[in-house]
Design a protein around this ligand. Sequence first.
Ligand SMILES: Nc1nc2c(c(=O)[nH]1)N[C@H]1C(S)=C(S)[C@@H](COP(=O)(O)O)O[C@H]1N2
Ligand SMILES: [Mo]
Length: 197
Amino acid sequence: MGLFSPGFMGRRREPVPGLPPGQHLVTDFPVLSIGPTPRVTPEEWRFSITSESGLMTTWTWDEFQALPQEDVTVDIHCVTSWSKFGTGWRGVSLDTLLDGVDTQAGFAMARSYGGYTTNVPLDELRGGKAWVAHQFDGSPLAPEHGGPARLLVPALYFWKSAKWLRSIELSTRNDPGFWEQNGYHMHGDPWREERYW
Ligand SMILES: Nc1nc2c(c(=O)[nH]1)N[C@H]1C(S)=C(S)[C@@H](COP(=O)(O)O)O[C@H]1N2
Ligand SMILES: [Mo]
């Protein structure tokens, strides 16, 4: 005690560019699921967006596949502190899906097959920042990682990226989703360490 200055023991590491505070890099792809993996075939899969006025737009798998597809490479950050750089996904931008949805809502609730929910400010789903992804690394998204399709919001902690996505409900109210009801942050920006509230 007192022999070394706080920085001397190397505890303050050189920041890794692109790595948010309190995170460490992994090269594998951990699976984090709160319950069993729902099995949804593309034939029975439906995805819908409901506006705050109750108007619903629904896509079948074929309709969803016929939409413009985007390939994105992004870094992902789990609140349990692992980050993975350069993950490659294929999916449909939320800008495409929200095109034609008439809304003044500020908030979105993502709902999954299996019952998981998570709330995201609608701003975080727009502007080329979010996708409904159905491929990872050039292959159909594995069931344990959220296949047939999952939400991908890489700018927020990964719990916001709902696996087995079934619907997005737009709302003027910011209701908490599953983890948010249990103390996780309503926003979840990894650069501001918005882990819990
Ligand atoms: N439906 C659903 N989506 C979910 C989860 C979940 O348990 N159920 N876990 C979240 C958490 S905490 C993380 S870190 C990521 C993990 O995704 P992965 O298993 O593909 O790594 O999914 C998120 N989406
Ligand atoms: Mo997570």
